[in-house]
Design a binder for this molecule. Sequence first.
Ligand SMILES: Nc1ncnc2c1ncn2[C@@H]1O[C@H](COP(=O)(O)OP(=O)(O)O)[C@@H](O)[C@H]1O
Ligand SMILES: [Mg+2]
Length: 422
Amino acid sequence: MSVVIKVENLGKKYLISHQRPERYVALRDVITDGTKKITKKILNPQSVLPQTREEFWALRNVDFEINEGDRVGIIGRNGAGKTTVLKLLSRITEPTEGKISIKGRIASLLEVGTGFHPELTGRENIYLNGAILGMGKSEIKRKFDEIVDFADIEKFLDTPVKRYSSGMYVRLAFAVASHLEPEILIVDEVLAVGDAQFQKKSLNKMEDVSREGRTVLFVSHNMPAIETLCNRGILLDNGKILMDCDVNSAVRYYLESAMTEYNTTDLEKRVDRHGSGKIKVVGFRVLDSAFDEVKFLQSGKDYFFEISYKNNEKKPCTNVEVSFDVYDERNSRVLLFRTNFTNSNLNLSLSDGKIYCKVANLPLANGMYHFSVFLAFENIEVLDYINEIAYITVDGGDFFGTGSLGLPSHCKILHEAEWHVE
Ligand SMILES: Nc1ncnc2c1ncn2[C@@H]1O[C@H](COP(=O)(O)OP(=O)(O)O)[C@@H](O)[C@H]1O
Ligand SMILES: [Mg+2]
């Protein structure tokens, strides 16, 4: 097998302000925030950013080799450096240090603004991209109808792509990148913006591409899709490679153990709490439906939140109200689970024990959350209240049961809806 990509000691340093996330404009941001606001920020960065700058290595000391025909899933948390790797390989940004050698034509699907010329029409962009990939006119012509058909943009072929909706844009970009027979296909999470049906179609197309023996690099939070499509997994964490191995091991490591965010302080010894302490929360775990402890949650799955308590009075305690609240990264309370909402206050025995809160079909979107627990006796006496008992990441899952690649991360709560037209 010949090596088609060789990366040695690769590093990318950014100069950042303390409002770093706002400076980084990805497709998903444009879609969520509306182009206008973002454009203003790009044109006028000083007006919204403080002057303080610091150096930040988004990627450092990264080495890997990719063989012809490898199908590599690049996984890792938000901010791990996945997009940065793809951008460097696609030569959209320059490395700060290190070396990249590539053999073969690359087509990459990264962000709005990469690859397409906004003033040109869909038709012109297809030809332009084909030419960039080194294809002749007749070769492109042969592929043209297939692309248009796949992207489902026939009516808009002669419209400048700047007038496309983000969905149309991504559909066309994917169709072009996957049909123009690149030797190496690179796809970032952008596919997540398409509808479920298009995502399925795209995944199938990527399977075709990889079956033809071409090299594929694919970033996604959809672990089932990564496992289906890829044979190798590279796990990035904090700009470094944590694992580079077979895809199943990488995914398992990522989901199960990798980057646990549990608060390590022993809950029993925590002093930042309120209440009489007659009953005290001493432990917290999250269990999956098989009762195995998990550190990473996935949307749409069933979980037990297990609260261990110590009964210091050694007397039974009846009618205990238990609250289990979920907060997002910004410390907004996004979900409340409370026994008094459902008339299910609990009777706790005189000994120590465990309280289980079962949540079916977890409606949390991708992100990091933390929890607080509150125990009260008959709504009068606070027994124990601790905030931030644990941090947990929700990453991936298939809440809507569609196998969709789209993992909502711009919201906190997921809910099904029905649509119709009259
Ligand atoms: N243009 C940029 N300027 C400053 N920081 C950036 C820029 N692009 C990415 N970053 C930062 O580099 C880190 C890695 O980003 P990225 O590669 O997009 O991660 P991922 O794709 O894994 O979510 C993040 O902390 C991100 O905020
Ligand atoms: Mg990314």
